[in-house]
Design a protein. Structure first.
Ligand code: SF4
Length: 479
C-alpha cells in the first residue's frame, strides 16, 4: 500500500487537470456490432487520467471498493508509466481486474467516493483498472503464481462464475486440488452466460479459465450439482470440501397470462441465444431467437438494459423497455440507460404488463399493459405501483423478454440433507461462507441474493480462506 502522507503532491494543481475522454464506439456504428462499447485507451491518455488522482491520504476509494484495491497505489504507478506495476497492484487484491474495471458500478463504489468527484468528474478508476490489466494480459499473459506442493486435499467448486473462479484460484494457489462443476456447457457462469459481448468480450473469460487450467484447476461442464450429482456424492467421490458458488440464476416470472407463449423469453434465455454461438449452449437453447421487428423488454435493471441492447444488435427495428415505476426508481446503472437511449431504445414508465396475446400462428403478437401511479412505499422502500383503472393499452410485439430479477435455485438445499436456507430463499451461510453442513461452504449471489461481480468476489475470497483453514484443521485431525 502506498504511503501517501509522504508524497509530495500538488493536490490543488491536480484538481485543475482536465478529465480525459474515454473513447467509445459511436452509437450509430456500435448497434451493428457486438464489440465492446468502450475502446482501448492509449498510454498517454491513461497516464494523464491517472495523474488526476490527488493521492489523498484517506483514500476513501479503497474503502468503497469491496475488495479494497490499492487504487491510489496503482494509479501512481500508472502515472509514472509503470503499466505492469499498476496491474500488479490491482492483482494483489483482485483475481479479475479486467472484468471489474468493465463491470463494477464504479459510480456507487470507488468512483462514487473519489474526492476529486466533489469538485470535478471523478477519476475514471474502472477504465484505468481495465486498461492496465488488459495491457499486462496482452503483453505477458495472465501471471502464473508459483504453486506449493499438492496438499493431498481436493475441493469441489460448484459454479464457475466470479465466486467459483476466485475460490478455485485461491485454493489452487494454496496447493489444494480443485475441480469446478458448471451447469452450462462452458466455464464462466454469469461472466460468459450473463454479460453481453458489448460490455465484456468473452475472450477475457476464456483467458482466465486457461490461466486456472494452467494452475491445475479442472473444469467439468454440463453438470448440475443437486441433479446429476448430489453434494453427498461429491464427498463420496473423495472431495474433502465443497464450495457452492452457483449464483442466483433463476429468472423471476411475471405470472401473467400468456407468459408461456412462443416468443416470450426469460432474460437469460434471450441473452444467451443472442450473445453466444449455439455450440456453447445446451441443445434445447441452440435455436436462434426469432427476433422480429418489435421487441418489448419488461423490467428496469441492468439485465433489462442488457436485453434491450442485445435486441438492437440482433436486428430489431423498435425496442421498448417497459418499467412499472419511473426512471428515478430504476436500480440499474445510469450509464447503461444512457447507452440504451443512445442506441435508440424507447422507455415507457409507470406501466405494468397485464397479459401477452397470441397471433394466428400461436406466437406472441402483442403485450397488453396498464398504466400505474406510484403510491406509498412498499417493502422495497420504493413507491408501490397502483393500477390506474381503464388505462389498458396494447403494444405490438414480435418478441417479449421478461427481465424482472433473479432468485436462487432451490435444487441444492432440497437435495442436500442438513443444508439450510435463509428466510429469503438464499443459502444460509456465515460471513466466512460456512453453511449448516460441515465441509460445505457458500458465497456470492446464492447467499446474498443477486448482486455484483465484485461483491461475489469479496465474499468468495473470505470463503476460500475458511475452506483452507478447514482443510488444514482436517489434516490435524481437528474436524
Ligand atoms: Fe472500483 Fe470495482 Fe475496481 Fe474496486 S474492483 S477499484 S470498485 S472498479
Amino acid at each position: 500500500m502506498t504511503d501517501r502522507t509522504a508524497l509530495q503532491i500538488d493536490r490543488k494543481a491536480r484538481l485543475k487537470l482536465p478529465p480525459q475522454r474515454i473513447p467509445k464506439q459511436d452509437p450509430k456504428e456500435r448497434v451493428h456490432n457486438w464489440d465492446e462499447v468502450y475502446q482501448g485507451l492509449d498510454l498517454e491518455t491513461a497516464r494523464l487520467e491517472a495523474t488526476r488522482c490527488i493521492q489523498c491520504p484517506a483514500a476513501p476509494c479503497i474503502t468503497a471498493c469491496p475488495i479494497h484495491n490499492d487504487i491510489p497505489g496503482a494509479l501512481l504507478k500508472l502515472e509514472q508509466g509503470d503499466v505492469i506495476g499498476a496491474a500488479e497492484v490491482f492483482r494483489e487484491t483482485s483475481a479479475l481486474p479486467e472484468m471489474c474495471g468493465r463491470l463494477c458500478p464504479q459510480e456507487s463504489l470507488c468512483e462514487g467516493s473519489c474526492v476529486v468527484g466533489k469538485v470535478a468528474i471523478p477519476v475514471r478508476i474502472g477504465r484505468l483498472e481495465a486498461y492496465v490489466a488488459d495491457q499486462q494480459r496482452e503483453t505477458q499473459g495472465l501471471p502464473l503464481p508459483e504453486l506449493p506442493p499438492f496438499t493431498g486435499r481436493r475441493v469441489a467448486v460448484v459454479g464457475s462464475g466470479p465466486a467459483g473462479l476466485v475460490v478455485a484460484e485461491e485454493l489452487a494457489g494454496r496447493g489444494h486440488g480443485v475441480k469446478v462443476f458448471e451447469a452450462w456447457p462452458e466455464p464462466g457462469g454469469i461472466l460468459r452466460y450473463g454479460i453481453p459481448n458489448f460490455k465484456m468480450a468473452k475472450r477475457l473469460v476464456e483467458e482466465k479459465v486457461e490461466q486456472l487450467h494452467q494452475m491445475g484447476v479442472q473444469f467439468a461442464g454440463n453438470v448440475r450439482i443437486g441433479y446429476d450429482v448430489t453434494i453427498d456424492e461429491l464427498f463420496a467421490q473423495g472431495f474433502d470440501a465443497v464450495f457452492l458458488g452457483h449464483g442466483a440464476g433463476q429468472g423471476l416470472h411475471l405470472s401473467v397470462p400468456g407468459e408461456e407463449l412462443p416468443g416470450v423469453h426469460m432474460a437469460t434465455d434471450f441473452l444467451v441465444r443472442t450473445n453466444l454461438p449455439p455450440d456453447e449452449l445446451p441443445p434445447h437453447m441452440r435455436e436462434p431467437v426469432k427476433i422480429g421487428r418489435r421487441v418489448v423488454v419488461i423490467g428496469g435493471g441492468d439485465t433489462s438494459m442488457d436485453c434491450v441492447r442485445s435486441a438492437v444488435r440482433a436486428g430489431a427495428d423498435q425496442v421498448y423497455c417497459v418499467y412499472r415505476r419511473t426512471e428515478a426508481e430504476m436500480r440499474g446503472r445510469e450509464e447503461e440507460r444512457t447507452h440504451a437511449k443512445e442506441e435508440g431504445v424507447r422507455f415507457i414508465f409507470e406501466t405494468a404488463p397485464v397479459r401477452f396475446i397470441a397471433g394466428k400462428d400461436g406466437r406472441v403478437r402483442a403485450a397488453r399493459f396498464q398504466k400505474v401511479q406510484l403510491g406509498e412505499p412498499d417493502e422495497s422502500g420504493r413507491p408501490k405501483p397502483v393500477p390506474v383503472i381503464g388505462s389498458e393499452f396494447e403494444l405490438a410485439a414480435d418478441t417479449v423478454v421478461v427481465a424482472i430479477g433473479y432468485q436462487v435455485e432451490r435444487l441444492l438445499y432440497q437435495t442436500t440433507p442438513g443444508l439450510d436456507a435463509a428466510d429469503r430463499g438464499t443459502l444460509a451461510a456465515d460471513d466466512y461462507g460456512r453453511t449448516s453442513r460441515e465441509g460445505v461452504f457458500a458465497a456470492g449471489d446464492n447467499v446474498r441474493g443477486a448482486d455484483l461481480v465484485v461483491t461475489a468476489m469479496a465474499d468468495a475470497k473470505k470463503a476460500a480462506a475458511a475452506i483452507d483453514e478447514y482443510l488444514r484443521r482436517k489434516d490435524l485431525g481437528e474436524t
